[in-house]
Ligand binder design. Structure first.
Ligand code: UZR
Ligand code: MG
Length: 204
């Protein structure tokens, strides 16, 4: 199995890059493990308390479970992935069964920050976009798709997203084998990445 880690700041376009690779690879055997499903659950806190938590710090991620799942899939075992809700900031209690496949993509802002998880990756990718570009995309997504107001998004960006990006996410770029500039649709980089994946698959 080929395991690829894809990181990059919020709004850098990680999800889009992964979707494009998926379209171009035209192979059935690819799983995507999103960091979004591996936030710690805080069932003892109220919704207001959960809203105030820092979701951009490595501690907010259940890396133990994530690593356990990556290892299980590598050992050809299915996993029960928790489903997480951004509305309630908690696990829904439901799970999806994920069967092992030839390629595993692990995607999220913090996936290159954990030393143990890094050991599991065959290829490490960092998607780069300038911070103003990322802020614009984040405002669009949170106001249009997540029902948050502008003031709230800007406040969170300034007080949490930006400092966490500078402290943890940007430095994790040093772990990457490949940095993808993603200011606009970068089809050359996508072609390159799919070629690398295809070549590695042939060798595996
Ligand atoms: P991407 N996030 C939430 O908004 N709510 C949660 O319950 C869990 C995470 C956000 C998180 C982070 N920050 O910036 C973003 N906040 O998900 C990462 N606030 O996702 O890479 O798609 O932007
Ligand atoms: Mg995303």
């Amino acid at each position: 199995m080929l395991v690829i880690g894809i990181a990059g700041g919020t709004g850098s376009g990680k999800t889009t890059v992964v979707d494009k690779i998926l379209q171009q690879l035209d192979i059935e055997g690819m799983n995507i493990l999103s960091q979004d499903n591996y936030y710690h659950d805080n069932p003892n806190l109220t919704l207001t308390e959960r809203e105030a938590l820092n979701y951009d710090h490595p501690k907010s991620i259940d890396f133990d479970l994530m690593i356990k799942h990556v290892k299980a899939l590598k050992n050809n075992k299915p996993i029960e992935q928790p489903i997480y809700s951004f509305v309630t900031h908690s696990r829904t209690g439901d799970h999806v069964t994920v069967e092992p496949k030839n390629v595993l993509v692990v995607e999220g802002i913090l996936v290159l920050t954990n030393k143990e998880l890094l050991k599991e990756f065959d290829l490490k990718v960092f998607v780069h976009a300038d911070s103003d570009e990322r802020l614009i995309r984040r405002i669009r997504r949170d106001t249009q798709e997540r029902g948050r107001d502008l003031g709230e998004v800007l406040h969170r960006y300034q007080t949490t997203l930006k400092p966490m990006h500078q402290e943890f996410i940007e430095p994790s770029k040093n772990e990457a084998d490949l940095i993808i500039p993603n200011m606009r649709q970068n089809s050359v980089a996508i072609d390159f990445l799919t070629t690398v994946i295809k070549n590695s698959l042939r060798k595996h």
